[in-house]
Design a protein around this ligand. Structure first.
Ligand code: VGL
Ligand code: ZN
Length: 211
């Protein structure tokens, strides 16, 4: 699918390219740092770029450490449904929550923090994990006349997936740039993500297909 032309109505959403999701971090995604140069080059082709930042308070309810007897990567039932428990990660104002030091997107227009409510996780950049509390991003994009959403970042099968599916649900044309993402792949989550994208008609391309 070569030759996707980027225009003024397009936005690149760069999801959670933070130290804790890169090798050496608390919730490291294999090869997470390898996307950084890909994202940097990609971002230069977009007039509009938004960064998201996973941003949890200490003791966040998505942390296994907040559930005595539970271990990371187990699933528990929360008031809003099933929730994977994670290692403590992206705690606000800690080095792990900072963007990867080589991420170079000076023209990013918005940094959207998510997961700041201690009692609800937020994979998606559009809704918290109760699936009803909005972050405001849908309205922001619409008010600005942005119509096509391209996604890159970490992790493909969690925050990129939910953000892409919710962008689709808002009526945006959605494209995931696969070689600018890496997955956690927990219990088949990567295969489920690819199937979900295909079912919704979310395009999957490589960075070389753009511009
Ligand atoms: C993420 C798990 C927990 C992500 C964030 O960015 O995909 N995954 N918090
Ligand atoms: Zn998180």
């Amino acid at each position: 699918m070569a030759g996707i032309r980027i225009d003024e109505a397009d936005v690149l959403l760069v999801v959670d390219v933070q130290n804790d999701f890169c090798p050496g971090g608390a919730l490291a995604v294999e090869g997470g740092d390898a996307i950084v140069p890909v994202v940097n080059a990609l971002a230069r082709r977009f007039a509009h770029v938004i960064l998201t930042q996973d941003w949890h308070k200490p003791g966040h309810l998505s942390f296994a450490s907040a559930h005595p007897g539970r271990r990371p990567f187990e699933t528990v039932e929360m008031s809003y449904g099933p929730q994977v428990l994670w290692p403590d990660h992206c705690v606000e104002d800690t080095p792990g929550a900072e963007f990867h030091p080589d991420l170079d997107v000076p023209h990013a227009e918005l940094i959207l923090r998510k997961g700041f409510d201690s009692a609800i996780d937020s994979y998606s950049a559009f809704y918290e994990n109760d699936r009803v509390t909005p972050t405001g991003l849908g309205g922001y994009l619409k008010e600005r006349g942005l119509r096509r959403v391209f996604l890159a970042g970490l992790a493909l099968d969690f925050c990129v997936r939910y953000s892409a599916e919710d962008a689709h649900g808002h009526g945006f044309a959605v494209t995931v740039i696969e070689d600018a993402c890496r997955a956690i792949d927990l219990d088949g989550s990567l295969a489920a993500t690819e199937a979900g994208f295909a079912a919704l008609g979310i395009a999957q391309v490589d960075a070389a297909d753009i511009g």
